[in-house]
Write a protein that binds this ligand. Structure first.
Ligand code: NI
Length: 259
């Protein structure tokens, strides 16, 4: 797509249930929105590979999600590598990371698989789309220690402004989604209002976390424009400026102009 309006850096468009997927993708295309779809398990990397080939302006990440690290095997990185080599629409590794919210019983395994995927992203020279929940300090420490050359993006950022600024100092990007539109999301609003725009990315994480005015309903890729609008209001700047700068950020990270 020439001159996309917004790049939605994290959407599980393949997981929509109440919304027709073809229609949701078409809505995004018509709004000049590029959608990037992560995988979650060692098996659905194949599904994401196929899914993104069906649609224009839809790209993907391969990676194993922290809650799914038990699906990660000896052959997972080989599978990812062959998908990356055969499908140029795979533009990053994700979603990977740490999640201590649901289950703390396999923290060590989560760390081990996260590190392996960071090293793999470095080898492939691809950016990392990172899920970090109640694991902020470990995530940052591991990135500082193991990440050599991949741009890291903290998706659905849930930390404080202070932590966001610490990450930005390390060259890490902050991605915000629908949560920023929620009335009592004080931390997310503070981050959205104050971080340098050059380190901000937009996303939806659909089908979850639909922004206001769709809160509680099924989210979809095009709703990313409500995220942009909310952030623009918080910063008292035009929505187009948020859209333009975050699009340039994503184009730079994913090297879109070469694609
Ligand atoms: Ni996600």
């Amino acid at each position: 797509m020439k001159n996309p309006y917004i790049i939605n850096t994290h959407s599980h468009a393949n997981m929509l249930k109440d919304t027709n997927i073809d229609q949701a993708i078409q809505n995004a295309q018509e709004a000049k929105i590029i959608t990037i779809v992560p995988s979650s398990t060692a098996d659905d990397i194949f599904e994401v590979d196929k899914f993104i080939q069906k649609y224009d302006d839809v790209f993907g990440y391969v990676g194993v999600f922290p809650e799914e690290v038990k699906t990660f095997t000896e052959k997972t990185l080989n599978d990812m590598e062959s998908i990356i080599r055969s499908n140029p629409k795979i533009i990053g590794i994700g979603e990977v990371g740490l999640d201590y919210y649901w289950d703390k019983s396999f923290k060590e395994l989560q760390k081990e698989v996260f590190i392996k995927q960071i090293e793999f992203a470095n080898e492939m020279n691809l950016p990392l789309n990172i899920h970090s929940r109640e694991a902020h300090l470990d995530t940052l420490e591991i990135l500082k220690k193991y990440n050599k050359n991949s741009t890291a993006i903290l998706h659905c950022f849930s930390g404080s402004l202070e932590f966001a600024l610490t990450c930005i100092k390390e060259g890490i990007y902050i991605a915000l989604g629908g949560v920023v539109t929620f009335k009592n999301a004080i931390k997310a609003k503070e981050v959205a209002e104050n971080i340098p725009l050059d380190y901000l990315l937009l996303e939806t994480d659909d089908p979850y976390l639909a922004p206001v005015p769709f809160r509680g309903k099924e989210n979809q890729p095009m709703y990313v424009k409500y995220v942009a609008e909310c952030i623009a209001n918080l910063r008292s700047i035009p929505t187009d400026e948020v859209a333009k700068t975050t699009t340039q950020n994503a184009e730079r990270i994913f090297n879109f102009n070469a694609k």
